[in-house]
Design a protein around this ligand. Structure first.
Ligand SMILES: [Zn+2]
Ligand SMILES: [Zn+2]
Length: 268
């Protein structure tokens, strides 16, 4: 059994709560510890003290803003790449000893309680960034955000999951026409930036086999995207590619300021 709630998603902060029968994990802490505590309570009647481990994808502030507080309140172990650790080491000095910390390596699965965790490399402008796949029994979830493109290697690792938390960061036209400086636009659009709605749909189509999947569109830009537009773009591209694709994908929303309801993988 695997359940999860996206506590926050977007360029202002990201965090996902994942639990099985025996184990509770927090993936990223990009909002304050207090907000995470509140949303955990609202969405899952859970608290930070019940978290067994905290996993981190990369050092950008929208993923680590509340990490110190979370480590303090949870008492769980920290799972992090060595590259990311270099950037957060200082802020965690007082709350994370060597014994509390495990270095993860891309493509090397490990087990926390009854959840198997597989980190994999993503192309993003951070030091040794990763994303993760989680498996417990028959249930599987991949949380894939903050990447410029979805490589074949990634597709190989995450194929077959029942649920995806899946980046649809921006609409290319909104981004191009928007007020960001060109250097920032170029970064977002580049190979180490973020997935556009279009790229998101095309990569997703490659993962579809003959079955339905749940897709939680995530990390939407506040400035350069809209939930309706993201859904519409993804759906229409899938439909253009194949009449059945759009029917196989059940799209769901995530939000900046509220947690998604706790959901079991595989439930309708
Ligand atoms: Zn991010
Ligand atoms: Zn990032």
């Amino acid at each position: 059994m695997l359940q999860f709630s996206v506590l926050a998603s977007g360029s202002s902060g990201n965090s996902v709560y994942i639990r099985s029968d025996e184990t509770a994990l927090l993936l990223d802490a990009g909002i304050s510890g207090k907000q995470i505590q509140q949303r955990l309570a609202e969405a899952a009647s859970a608290s930070l003290s019940s978290i067994d481990a905290v996993l981190v994808t990369h050092e950008h502030v929208d993923h680590v803003r509340g990490l110190k507080q979370v480590m303090k309140l949870s008492g769980g172990s920290l799972y992090i790449t060595e590259g990311t650790w270099h950037h957060v080491q200082k802020q965690l000095e007082d709350v994370c000893t060597k014994d509390d910390r495990r270095f993860v390596k891309a493509d090397e699965s490990f087990v926390i309680g009854d959840i198997r965790v597989t980190p994999f490399t993503v192309s993003h402008d951070a030091e040794e960034p990763v994303a993760y796949r989680f498996d417990a029994g028959e249930d599987s979830l991949a949380v894939v955000t903050d990447l410029g493109y979805v490589s074949d290697h990634i597709k190989g690792i995450i194929r077959g999951c029942g649920t995806y938390v899946w980046e649809a960061n921006h609409d290319v036209d909104m981004l191009r026409a928007g007020r960001y400086p060109w250097s920032v636009k170029r970064r977002i659009l580049g190979d180490k930036g973020h997935l556009s709605n279009e790229d998101s749909a095309v990569a997703l189509a490659d993962l579809l086999e003959n079955r339905e999947v749940d897709v939680f569109l995530a990390h939407l830009s506040e400035e350069n995207n809209q939930p309706d537009l993201a859904e519409l773009t993804v759906t229409s591209i899938l439909r253009e590619m194949s009449a059945t694709f759009a029917e196989q994908v059940r799209l769901h929303r995530t939000a900046r300021h509220t947690a998604t309801a706790l959901r079991s993988i595989g439930s309708v």
